[in-house]
Write a protein that binds this ligand. Structure first.
Ligand SMILES: Nc1ncnc2c1ncn2[C@@H]1O[C@H](COP(=O)(O)OP(=O)(O)OP(=O)(O)O)[C@@H](O)[C@H]1O
Ligand SMILES: [Mg+2]
Length: 240
């Protein structure tokens, strides 16, 4: 994975909510067809990093590049048009709309091909197809997460940003979500993901970053970090 091949490059990003910075000087890279994991303790600034990269928070320093074009400071909607899809930790679907309506809305920046794209996504998410006229509010947590993923994919993103997609779900659904994420990765999308289950996340990650107190702490392949003594001690537990 050469630097030139990075779909997204984040350099020295500093951002917060008006008070002292929550993330400071953070740098990450994400590659096509690869999963990039951001792990670290609660409150480390993982969600803040994702929100900044997705254009919801304006950084006070640092740069973000997508395919070598600088996008720093552009609002979220402009980033969607440049192929950045962000699925937040909460409130990631419209509860009063049906599955199909949610997908229609997700495709709002497409000029054409909304129906075709929905059909493609229904192949990847057959359960959504079966209940396409159901309101999102009536779905189980797992189904809702699937809908949120599908909604993010409506724009054919180059980079899909996922904040804890499997939070609160049963192990069965967590496994299913990883299966879908791997299928999405296989279509050459670059995935940047934050997840609670550090061991499982690192197993899937071609590249991973440990964030502590808003700063880069460690980086490597998922496998390398799984064997890093600090990571094992703090986040993974004994690998017996
Ligand atoms: N909207 C906000 N306004 C002010 N401070 C915030 C806001 N959101 C988060 N913070 C603060 O920023 C810090 C980092 O939060 P963030 O949500 O980025 O961490 P995280 O690594 O995603 O944590 P978790 O693992 O719990 O999801 C925390 O101290 C939090 O209180
Ligand atoms: Mg978070």
């Amino acid at each position: 994975m050469n630097d030139e091949d990075a779909v997204m490059r984040v350099e020295g990003l500093t951002a917060g909510y008006g008070g002292p910075p929550i993330i400071e000087g953070v740098s990450i890279k994400a590659f096509r067809g690869a999963i990039t994991a951001i792990v670290g303790p609660n409150g480390a600034g993982k969600s803040t990093l994702l929100k900044t990269v997705a254009g919801l928070i304006r950084p006070s320093a640092g740069k973000i590049f997508v395919q070598d074009k600088e996008i720093t400071g552009l609002p979220a909607e402009a980033l969607v048009r440049r192929g950045i899809a962000y699925v937040p930790q909460v409130e990631n679907v419209f509860p009063d709309l049906t599955i199909r309506e949610n997908l229609d809305m997700g495709g709002y920046v497409r000029k054409s091909g909304i129906r075709e794209r929905i059909d493609q996504l229904f192949e990847l998410f057959p359960d959504l197809k079966a209940s396409s006229q159901r309101r999102a509010s009536t779905l189980s947590g797992g189904q809702r997460t699937m809908l949120a993923l599908a909604r993010g994919l409506m724009v054919d993103p180059a980079v899909l940003i996922l904040d804890e997609p499997s939070v609160g779900l049963s192990p069965r659904f967590q496994a299913l979500i990883w299966e879908r994420i791997e299928q999405i990765r296989a279509t050459n999308v670059s995935i940047i993901i934050v997840e609670q289950n550090t061991r499982e996340t690192l197993r899937h990650a071609q590249r991973a970053y440990v964030l502590v107190l808003g700063k880069n702490r460690l980086e490597g392949t998922g496998r390398e970090l799984l064997e890093d003594p600090e990571v094992v001690q703090l986040y993974v537990g004994r690998l017996s």
